[in-house]
Design a protein around this ligand. Sequence first.
Ligand code: HAM
Length: 426
Amino acid sequence: MPPIAPVRGTHDLLPDASAAWQWLLDTHRRVAGEHGYRLADTPVFEHTELFERGVGVGTDVVDKEMYTFADRAGRSLTLRPEGTAGMVRAVLGAHLTQHERPVRVHYVGPMFRHDRPQKGRYRQFAQVGVECIGERSPYLDAEVIEVGWRFLRALGIDDVTLQVNSLGDPADRARYRAALRAYYEPLRDQLCADCRRRLDVNPLRLLDCKRDAAHAERAPRLEDSLSATSAQFFDTVLDGLRDAAIPWTRNWRLVRGLDYYVDTAFEYWHSSLEGAQNALGGGGRYDGLAEVLGFAATPGIGYAFGIERLLLIAEQGGSLPPSPPAAEVVVCSLEPGQATAAAALARGLRDAAVRTVLDTSERKLGAKLGAADRLGARFCVLVGSDEAMAHEATLRDLRERTQERVSAAELGDRVRRALHPTPDAP
Ligand code: HAM
């Protein structure tokens, strides 16, 4: 029988990579926390309707990429392709904005999209994100973009260009959609099959088609359809970014793939990510989303980053922290008769907060020392019959290649001091 393979487009997080993963989550929690964002979590599956209404029928995510299934009661459920719709449902469903406005939350978790898998693009991937729900102010747009910018800096990721655009309000968008239709309709026969469909259901998406890029280049520009109010809102966002010394590129073709955006839309691009995968993260304002989901109109803005893409770039740039060793100490009995004494010594070391692995194998001493070395341990504690009788242990320093006898009672303190020397008190 062949071994069972992982599902295409999924990947495992193995121990050597987990320290980097944890570092990224800690960094996001710290940076978001410094801006008053608190952790929140929502379920991995939701009613399909949440995404159909929130993200929008006609978007690639909803039409082509959702993992949708009927549960045993026949209800249509979907593995979340993104976190914003669920978070807005959770925050407004719990009436949080009645006590606090805006509500600032950050989150982390797996998302699912039936995308074509390749480097940096998976069917199960993870995001970290923030949402700021309950207030409409251009200063909040600038704040959210700055949280993301500071997060990237804290990860040591540079070479990022911030792409910004304003999608205007729904009336601006309607005007722009009409302008796009008028421009593209005579070109219909020259468009790819996808774009012919987009022309009917979602003309904004025509702008980011790679095949029809030449047409998009000459298409009417979104900024020409913005009302004075929308343009001024966006100018204030850009002023906020200037004040925060965050450079941006105004990208009039940036429309984002989810329908809920109005006004500010942005993406953080990295030069070494290619093609459609060049975004490390993105977000925008979604003031109409709450109403579409059946709640009272409530503005909001947020971003999400793809964790796998961030780690890929941090690794290339050399900013990943080294993976700590699995154990600081390995305790080995020399013969089966000393197994109980060895286990007691290991317990004492753990009581002293030393990361300790007990070698329970019947391998020869040389093999045990080799295994301890591969685990990255600094010390090996050896217990033979002599040591066991005397309530002692042999402490072997694998780095200095020295060894000494230490009493069992002192072992924990002795090892902890050697591993984490504290400067002498004055
Ligand atoms: P999004 O642009 O669809 O936005 O996704 C955000 C990020 O998730 C992308 O920039 C990318 O790094 C990562 N990502 C997306 N799809 C994949 C994939 N198939 N494989 C690996 N990584 C992927 C959103 O999801 C919005 N909810 C962001 C937001 C928050 N807007 C407002 N608040």
